[in-house]
Design a protein around this ligand. Structure first.
Ligand code: G6P
Length: 612
């Protein structure tokens, strides 16, 4: 939700900002803007993608060794040039980029207008830069003090970087509930919403904590203070991102690359955590808390979007293999519902980014009620990773396509390992079944590779359904969450309205929608309910629906009933989502491409939702 990049040092800042913004574009692409300091202050902003900004800047001055940049996902004010960041103070001295929401901006704005301030945009951000200016003027403060003082008056979430034209050798950055990373290099300092714009310049980073303010100087010195003006010793960490992982590497879209990375990312999620030969599963993150986790009265799983779907798969896994009752909740509903949470609950937060505002706040609420928090997160060092008592990273590498793919299978892999380890400890799973699942799990990456070999066939099926206005996804048991996820993928990137349903529920509503124009994707790999799913397909066919069935290799019954079928290798039922989700990712990808959609940057969406 909005990307920030900034630099101060000896290098030319313009290319650093543009490249950085392109890396951060997944966080929002309603507008982009930069401000460059070079004695003069040049601010360039443009509605649309970073490319539009680049075109706009051609022929203009890009000089400067200090600058800030922003790519926006609009909250307050429509996406246009005026509302684009950076925003400048009334006296033209300060410029600021902001990610987050200033909740009390209306009252602050009213007071500032009373004091003679004039605003040009509809944004909360412009209010913040005017507030800092007002504080700076009133008390004649250096920039960092003015920022600190102003932030004490602010309610809401922010990650900001501010420049002062009269103090050109300094940048001030601050955060609360929106991420910010400081990169420390020989040639200067980098600040960004995540490590991707920083990694090719330095691997030494400091993740700012909530209510911390960093002041960085061109001479190489820096300090971090809390909003209460306490000095903090920075914890410098190594940034663990491979550049090849944040580039497209020959693929047309990041999403396609990320789909194809799954044999490797699933393997990485299991690396060192499983051994089929020796028959063990061990998550280091659970080590010190095994008793507490295994003896939980229940698990509550919190997430949003695709992560919530991974949570639904986990409900089946934990109940099936570890016999622990599970509730899966939309984080946004949970946090406002006065939920019943006790110290005997283990609350699992699932988040690719580790920054989703609703998931974070819901976890905080659970923690305040005494629950033990376990995080399943991809982005190392992210807010949710730091908030939870313990957790496991999925190690999927940066996921850039807005529609989540490899993070989903990574999350499901991790949750499967968790269920197996707990089930083994509790004795709720037999030795034989444990051994079978562990060796099946080890075989999954190679089987995913085989699913990917259906790419061409799936592209052809996409060409047959690309003009549909609606689609239905049906699945039972472990494949029900997969149906939800398949439908979400299709609507996110191809803008075809799609719904996922438990196959048997079709009769209670969606069947009324079925006609010869309605593609119905049926995930029909279940062994336990095979006959029932076959009947559901007959019901669809009787109403002339177009059936696309995902079946097990060698299937001879359902594949004959369906108009199109996609085979996936056989596996143990609890592991099916790791295979059956993949053709659905490819189906939505190809459908979106054929409809001319921007797969990696679907309209109105953002990768990391750091606002409510
Ligand atoms: C956004 C993204 C989804 C993601 C969801 C939750 O909606 O577009 O792909 O599943 O947020 O994000 P998280 O980072 O918490 O998994």
């Amino acid at each position: 939700m909005c990307g920030i990049v900034a630099y101060i040092g000896s290098k030319d800042v313009y290319p650093i900002l543009i490249k950085g913004l392109k890396r951060l574009e997944y966080r929002g692409y309603d507008s982009a803007g930069i401000a460059l300091l070079n004695g003069d202050l040049n601010v360039y902003k443009k509605k649309g993608k970073v490319q539009e900004l680049e075109n706009f800047v051609v022929g203009k001055s890009t000089r400067g060794n200090t600058g800030i940049g922003h790519t926006r996902w609009a909250t307050h004010g429509k996406p246009d040039d005026t509302n684009a960041h950076p925003h400048t103070s009334g006296n033209g001295r300060l410029t600021l980029v902001h990610n987050g929401i200033i909740e009390n901006y209306a009252s602050l704005k009213k007071a500032l207008i009373k004091d003679g301030h004039t605003f040009h945009s509809e944004t909360d951000t412009e209010v913040l830069v005017h507030l800092i200016e007002a504080v700076q003027d009133r008390y004649n403060l250096p920039l960092e003090e003015a920022v600190r003082e102003a932030l004490t008056q602010v309610v809401g979430a922010y990650a900001i970087v501010v420049m002062d034209k009269n103090d050109p050798d300094k940048l001030v950055a601050a955060r609360k509930a929106s991420p910010l990373v400081l990169g420390i290099a020989e040639d200067g300092f980098y600040v960004a919403s995540d490590g991707t714009p920083i990694v090719e310049h330095t691997k030494k980073v400091v993740y700012l904590d909530d209510e911390q303010i960093a002041t960085v100087l061109r001479n190489g010195s820096y300090e971090i203070r809390s909003i209460d003006n306490e000095l903090h010793t920075p914890y410098v960490q190594e940034l663990n991102i491979e550049i090849s992982k944040i580039e497209k590497g020959g693929y047309d879209y990041f999403m396609l690359k990320e789909i194809h990375e799954q044999p490797e990312t699933i393997h990485d999620a299991m690396r060192g955590r499983i051994n089929a030969g020796e028959k063990w599963v061990k998550l280091g993150g659970m080590d010190d808390y095994l008793e507490r986790i295994a003896n939980a009265r229940r698990f509550v799983i919190l997430g949003c979007g695709t992560s919530w779907h991974a949570g639904l798969v986990a409900e089946y896994l934990f109940e099936d293999l570890a016999r622990i009752p599970v509730e899966v909740e939309y984080a946004s509903e949970f946090r406002y519902r006065n939920p019943v949470i006790t110290e005997e609950d283990v609350v699992i937060g699932i988040s690719q980014s580790g920054e989703t505002a609703d998931t974070y706040a819901a976890l905080e609420l659970a923690r305040d009620n005494g629950a033990f928090l376990y995080g399943i997160v991809n982005v190392v060092g992210s807010s949710i990773a730091r908030l939870t008592h313990a957790g496991s990273y999925i190690h999927a590498g940066p996921e850039i396509g807005v529609a989540s793919t490899k993070a989903f299978t990574g999350q499901v892999t991790l949750l499967t390992l968790m269920a197996l380890q707990i089930g083994r400890l509790k004795g709720t799973i037999s030795d034989e079944y444990f051994a079978e699942l562990v060796s099946e799990l080890e075989a999954i990456p190679a089987k995913v590779q085989r699913v990917l070999e259906n790419n061409e066939k799936i592209a052809y099926i996409a060409s047959e359904i690309k003009s549909a206005n609606n689609a239905l996804y049906l699945g039972r048991g472990y494949n029900f969450p997969v149906a939800l996820e398949g439908a979400l993928k299709l609507k996110e990137i191809s803008y075809i309205h799609a719904e996922g349903y438990p196959a048997a529920e079709m009769k209670h509503g969606p069947i009324a929608l079925i006609d010869e124009n309605m593609p119905v994707v049926v995930i029909a790999t279940n062994k336990s309910a095979y006959e029932k799913i076959a009947s559901n397909i007959q019901e669809v066919k009787a109403r002339k629906g177009i059936v696309i069935a995902v079946v097990t290799e060698g299937d001879s019954v359902i594949s004959k009933m369906a108009d199109y079928s996609i085979e996936i290798p056989d596996t143990a039922e609890p592991l099916t989502p790791l295979l059956s989700s993949i053709p659905l990712q490819l189906l939505s990808y190809h459908t979106a491409v054929l409809r001319g959609c921007n797969v990696d940057q679907p309209r109105n969406l953002a990768k990391s939702v750091t606002v409510e």
